[in-house]
Design a protein around this ligand. Structure first.
Ligand code: S3P
Length: 180
């Protein structure tokens, strides 16, 4: 049987995926993969430059290729870009090689977390609660359908969130058992 040893954190921009992934990877002794950063490194460009020069479809292709690579290894805590679950093939790939944890937050919380960022092309010129709310509603069905576990991050500490993920999945124990 295939070992499902990756942990994929999905959810809207600003849901806390990067912060939680870092802490979870430390707690479980697993490798941290930040998809956006890895793509930026491989392309030698920041995300907004990739969108501007190659287009969004090209970026989405890079995400899919990276997920396929990660599926060939294991033991990764992966902070996914917010658009990853929009593609069926991405969800299939994540399901095949790991557990999918969706982090949620209210649009107002998201806005407070991302309002000063300029590294998210989809929010450039759309940095307001109503746009965030609209895009989130459109994406929600895909996030919910993909998730094995959904964890709310509003007004909660990273420790609490990581604790809930570990308790819900017995993640670290399972990972250690598989790698013994
Ligand atoms: C995107 C989310 C971003 C990044 C890109 C597109 C999206 O990642 O991949 O700007 O479509 O939601 P974060 O969710 O880490 O901000």
């Amino acid at each position: 049987m295939e070992k499902k040893t990756n942990i994929f954190l999905i959810g809207f921009m600003g849901a806390g995926k990067s912060t939680v992934a870092r802490r979870l990877s430390e707690a479980c002794g697993m490798r941290l993969i930040e998809m956006d950063e890895q793509i930026e490194q491989e392309q030698g460009m920041k995300i907004p430059e990739i969108f501007a020069s190659q287009g969004e479809a090209y970026f989405r292709g890079l995400e899919t290729a990276l997920l396929e690579d990660l599926g060939r290894s294991g033991g990764n805590v992966v902070s996914c870009g917010g658009g990853v679950p929009m593609r069926e093939c991405n969800v299939r790939e994540m399901r095949r090689s790991g557990r999918i944890i969706c982090l949620s937050a209210q649009p107002e919380t998201i806005y407070e977390r991302v309002r000063h960022s300029h590294n998210r092309p989809l929010l450039e010129g759309n940095m307001n609660v109503s746009y965030i709310s609209e895009l989130m509603q459109a994406r929600l069905p895909k996030y919910l359908e993909a998730a094995d576990v959904i964890v709310c991050t509003d007004e909660r500490s990273v420790e609490e969130i990581c604790g809930e993920i570990q308790a819900a999945c017995g993640l670290c124990e399972e990972w250690r058992r598989l790698h013994r």
